[in-house]
Design a protein. Structure first.
Length: 209
């Protein structure tokens, strides 16, 4: 009887343990806006026997669910990505070029949909097969695999620490890996929606796709 009780307690503890999917569901349901700083490391796969190469960048991230977010890359090159609910804008400062795409077509099975765009986890499951991944680095992970066959993503992993979004790992179909680490994350921050309105700078070349 004593052994049975110990096993029962252990089973309950395991079932109650936080998992990646639980954290993702809670994040999508309860965090309606947020902002953070981020660093991004993009690593290309080895080629022709050469070592893999990595590039780092950093900036700020803000979102208001559903459908609005903004990435501002500050280093090493300035670039802004804004979704206003209708259009996805990408502004390259050095090229003085703006690319505009219809948001509904541009997002879908993208990492942005996982963390900022979707209103609930059921919407995510329309585009992604979601599964708990093993804990690693003190984080609870969820693995997302795009359901669309023509998607450019191979997989996405989202890492949470105590229900707080901390890391995003993206692998594309060419084997390139992008790791975004968030710091100073502020959940449900008060954000003026005008922040997500983008107007192409005067003189910028605007390409609409």
């Amino acid at each position: 009887m004593k052994q049975f009780a110990i096993l029962l307690i252990a089973a309950c503890a395991i079932s109650a343990r936080a998992t990646g999917i639980n954290d993702l569901e809670s994040f999508v349901r309860t965090v309606k806006s947020g902002k953070a700083e981020f660093t991004q490391v993009v690593t290309a796969p080895p080629k022709d026997g050469q070592l893999s190469r990595s590039k780092s960048s950093s900036g700020t991230f803000e979102f208001s669910r559903p459908g609005r977010f903004k990435f501002v890359y500050k280093k090493p090159f300035e670039q802004t990505i804004v979704a206003d609910g209708q259009t996805l804008w990408l502004y390259d400062v050095d090229l003085n070029q703006v690319t505009a795409r219809k948001q509904a077509q541009a997002l879908g099975s993208t990492p942005a949909a996982l963390i900022a765009s979707s209103a609930d986890i059921k919407a995510l499951q329309n585009d992604f097969a979601l599964a708990d991944a093993p804990d690693e680095g003190g984080l609870q992970w969820v693995l997302g695999s795009p359901k669309a066959k023509d998607n450019q993503l191979q997989s996405v992993r989202i890492g949470f620490r105590q229900n707080q979004l901390e890391k995003l790992e993206i692998v594309d179909t060419f084997g390139q890996k992008s790791v975004i680490t968030f710091s100073g994350f502020q959940s449900n921050a008060v954000i003026n929606l005008e922040l997500f309105q983008f107007k192409p700078p005067a003189g910028a070349d605007v390409v609409r796709q």
